[in-house]
Design a protein around this ligand. Structure first.
Ligand code: NAD
Ligand code: DAU
Length: 351
């Protein structure tokens, strides 16, 4: 097989860094090009363990700039794309939707156009990494399947749904070889502490209030990030063109139960008295338009490609907490500067 030149967009972010690491190690004969704009969420230190590898390349790339996208395609003779670059935080999308339109919609269409322009012959794959939030919000029962109608309800999910539609449109209209994956909530190392789990770990460590939106009864389905990376690898390598695959952990938790569990785990690890961290729990004003429940049916991925999560939530969460305890420098770095302003703006008036 010819050497593949795989552009992974958003490779310096949370999930992207795990995908880049996996591909650099698993595919030493291919070139792995990480194209990332290095926004507040992108951090090249996430990849310090692979950045000396001979098959790894980094390009500072803003996908909203079509000329820059074309340059990277040309320079590296990109043969495949795994597209993760996006604005990813729902709360930020409520404060300012336009950046989400630019990176998630315009950025995706720029990449699709470049692929269409450069891929005139040969074998190629454009794998678009998306979210279960495109399906909307579930009641007490049921799971999202690949047939569930799209019903995005936040500016973030609306932008991701739009990008999914464009990816499908390029398959049907131009025959671009695309695949889509829609995944549930990820957790693990290198997760920016604006999201529930790393924010709670950070606040527990620093004895700060643990802000629970609304009643804490919203439900999410949590998956270890390295299992998401393995699912992306499976789908990219073996999934059918033009298909979407749901990825999830069959691991539903209400936010409040999850945070209580985390508090107990951290009390043990930190040698605190039992119940000490739970005292930090503070109910705050709810997120606008807060989706009640997400839950994924990943049967298609399991039956067709034999993928399953590799570890339990208990194991994954314990590993995750250990990573944050061992990497205080990483945390200090990402929580200095603009994070403080973000935190004040998001939580200052919430109680
Ligand atoms: P993240 O916010 O941690 O990282 C996003 C990365 O994209 C950063 O490195 C950032 O610098 C980069 N980026 C943003 N705008 C860019 C632009 N215009 N040009 C180039 N790079 C840009 O996000 P994440 O949580 O790792 O999510 C990655 C992808 O997976 C996103 O597409 C997201 O929608 C999807 N997803 C996330 C989850 C989750 O639980 N985090 C679940 C399902 C799907
Ligand atoms: O479902 C997949 C999606 O999961 C991804 O597409 C998104 O990129 C990712 O950010 C995530 O979205 P959520 O909105 O579900 O994740 P978040 O960590 O922001 O919130 C998880 C739940 O916790 C949600 O119900 C809101 C609640 N929450 C969150 C924060 C940050 C709180 O109660 N307090 C908080 O401080």
């Amino acid at each position: 097989m010819n050497k593949r030149k795989i552009l992974i967009t958003g490779g310096a972010g949370f999930i992207g860094s795990h995908v880049v690491r996996r591909f650099v190690r698993n595919y030493p004969n291919d070139h792995i090009i990480n194209g990332d704009a290095l926004t507040y969420a992108g951090n090249l230190e996430n990849l310090s363990d692979v950045d000396g590898a001979s098959n790894y390349f980094f390009e500072k790339l803003d996908i909203t700039n079509i000329d820059a996208v074309r340059e990277v395609f040309e320079k590296h003779e990109i043969s495949d794309v795994i597209h993760l670059a996006a604005e990813s935080h729902v709360d930020r999308s409520i404060e300012g939707p336009m950046e989400f339109v630019m990176s998630n919609v315009v950025g995706t269409v720029n990449l699709l156009n470049a692929a269409k322009e450069f891929w005139k012959s040969g074998e190629h794959i454009f794998h678009h990494v998306s979210t279960d939030e495109v399906y909307g919000s579930l009641g007490d029962d049921g799971l999202f399947t690949e047939e569930t109608s799209y019903d995005p309800r936040s500016p973030y999910s609306a932008s991701k749904a739009s990008s999914d539609h464009f990816v499908r449109a390029y398959f049907h209209t131009y025959g671009l070889p695309v695949k889509i994956s829609n995944c549930s909530n990820n957790y693990g190392s290198h997760h920016f502490p604006e999201k529930l789990i790393p924010l709670m770990i950070h606040n527990i460590l620093n004895n700060k209030p643990l802000p629970i939106y609304g009643k804490g009864d919203n439900i999410r389905d949590w998956l270890w990030v390295e299992d998401h990376a393995s699912a992306i690898d499976k789908i990219f390598s073996e999934g059918r063109l033009g298909e979407a695959y749901n990825v999830g952990g069959l691991n539903e938790w209400t936010n409040i139960e999850l945070v209580r569990f985390l508090c107990r785990l951290m009390d043990e690890k930190l040698g605190r008295k039992s119940g000490e961290s739970e005292k930090l729990i503070t109910y705050v004003k709810d997120r606008a338009g807060h989706d009640k429940r997400y839950a994924i049916d990943a049967t298609k991925l399991e039956n067709e490609l034999g993928w399953k999560p590799s570890i339990t939530f208990e194991e994954g969460l314990s590993k995750t907490v250990d990573w944050y305890l061992d990497n205080s420098e990483w945390v200090n770095k990402v929580t200095s500067g603009s994070y403080k302003d973000y935190y004040e703006n998001m939580y200052g008036n919430r109680t």
